[in-house]
Design a binder for this molecule. Sequence first.
Ligand SMILES: C[S@@+](CC[C@H](N)C(=O)[O-])C[C@H]1O[C@@H](n2cnc3c(N)ncnc32)[C@H](O)[C@@H]1O
Length: 463
Amino acid sequence: MSGGRPNRKTVGVQPARRVAFEVIRAVRESDAYANLLLPVKIERAGLGPADAGLATELTYGTLRLQGYYDAVISLAAGRDTAKIDPPILDVLRLATHQLLSMRVAQHAAVDEAVSQAREVGSQSATGFVNGVLRGITRTPAEEWRQRVLDSARTDDERLSLEFSHPVWVVRALRQALAAESRGDELQALLAADNVAPKVSLVALPGLASAEEVAGAVPARFSPLAAINDGGDPTRMLPVRQGRVRVQDEGSQLAALALSRARPVEPGEQWLDMCAGPGGKAALLAAEASQSGAVLTANEVVPARAELVRKALAALPTPPEVSELDGRDIGPQMPDRFDRILLDAPCTGLGALRRRPEARWRKQPRDVPALSSLQAELLASGLEALKPGGLLAYVTCSPHLAETRLVVGTALKKAGLSLVDAREVLDRITLEPLDLGESDGTVQLWPHRHGTDAMFICLITKDR
Ligand SMILES: C[S@@+](CC[C@H](N)C(=O)[O-])C[C@H]1O[C@@H](n2cnc3c(N)ncnc32)[C@H](O)[C@@H]1O
C-alpha cells in the first residue's frame, strides 16, 4: 500500500460503529432493548464521551429510521429487504444512516460497512454491500426522499415511509389526534417521535429541590422538573442517591394529578397497582410522606418488583412492595384505598422518542390483548377504591383502544364518575397545557408539550 486511502481490505471497524452494530443486531435477533444494552456495550468497549455519543447516534438513529432506510436500500438493491441476509441488512441500515442523515465521510461509511460485512457474511456479501452503498452515494439525500415518497401507494403509506413509522401506528396516532380535533398535527407528531428528547429530571419532594441539579434548566410544566442541559445525569450525586430521578415530565404530571387533585387527609391509603420499574411510585411515595398518606406499591413481575424496591430505597421509610396480579387486588381488598394509580401495561406508542425500536416490535395484534388486560385491571382498581376515593388511569400510549375506549366502557358502570383531569392539571402545571377537545381526560403529546404521549384520566367512586 502506498499512502492515500487505505486498502479497503485493511480497514478496521471503529469501536463506536462496532458497538452500534452489535446493539442493532441484538435488538433484531434477541429482542434486546437498545436503551438497556447500549450503555453496557459502551462501558465494556471503554468508549470515551465522544465515541459514546457517536455510538448512541448511530444506534438510535438507525433503529428509528429503519423503515425509511429499508425503502432506500430496497430501491438501491433492486430487491425487497426481506430477501437480504438479516446481518447484512443491519450493516446496510447502519451505513445508510451515516450516508443520508449524518455528516460521515462517504468512503469511511462505505469502507467500514464492507469490513463489517466481511466479518458477518461471505465474500460475495462484501461486493453486494459495496455495490448497494455506492449506489446510495450516487444520489443526493433529497432525491432519495422523493423516490421513496413516489413509491408510496396511499397517504398513510407515504407518511409511514417519510417518518419511518409502521402504517398501523400512523393510523392509530391519526385517530387519537382526530378524537381531540387536532388531526392537522399528525406530521408534527411523527416528526417529534424521531427526535431524541432532552433528559428530564424530577426532584423528589422533601428529598431534593430542582435547584440542586447542576446544569439543569427549569421545565415548562412540572413544578418538580429540571431539564438536564448536557452531561450524564447518572453521575450527579443527587441522582446517584436516588433523591433526583430521570423521569419524563408527562410521567411526573400523571403522578401529581393523583397526589395533588385534592387535599390529603393524614392516614390516607394509596396504591400504585402496576409500579414497575418504580418511577411514579418513587414520586408518589415522596408525595405521600410529605402529606401523611401511606403508599403501597404493587408489581406482578418479581424482577420488576425488585426495581421498585430499589427506586423506593431513597425514602426514609420505603413503602411496602407486593407482588400480586393487579386483577386480584379488587376482589381481595374491596373499598380499601383512598387513591390508586393504575399506570397500565400498554403498547408504549407514546414513548417512541426514547425507545427507538419499539415501533417495529409492537404489532396491531398486541392491542386487543392489552385493552382487555387494561379493562380487567381498571375494574379491579375501581373495586379496590374506597367510596369517595380517586383513581388515576394512565397509559404511555395515546391509542384510543387503550385510552378513551377503556375508560368509557368502565364508566358505564353505575356509581363512577369522571373528575376533570384538565382542571386538576391546570392547578398544578407551571404553564397552562394546550389540550385538545375531551370530556375531561388529558392526552399529552411530544410535539405539543415536549413530553411522552401520556394519557391521564381521573375517576371517583360515589360515596
Ligand atoms: C407501564 S408499566 C408501569 C410503569 C411505572 N408506573 C413507572 O412509572 O415506573 C406497567 C407495569 O405493569 C406491570 N403489570 C403487567 N401486568 C400486570 C398485572 N396483571 N398486575 C400488576 N402489574 C402488572 C408490568 O410488569 C409493568 O411493570
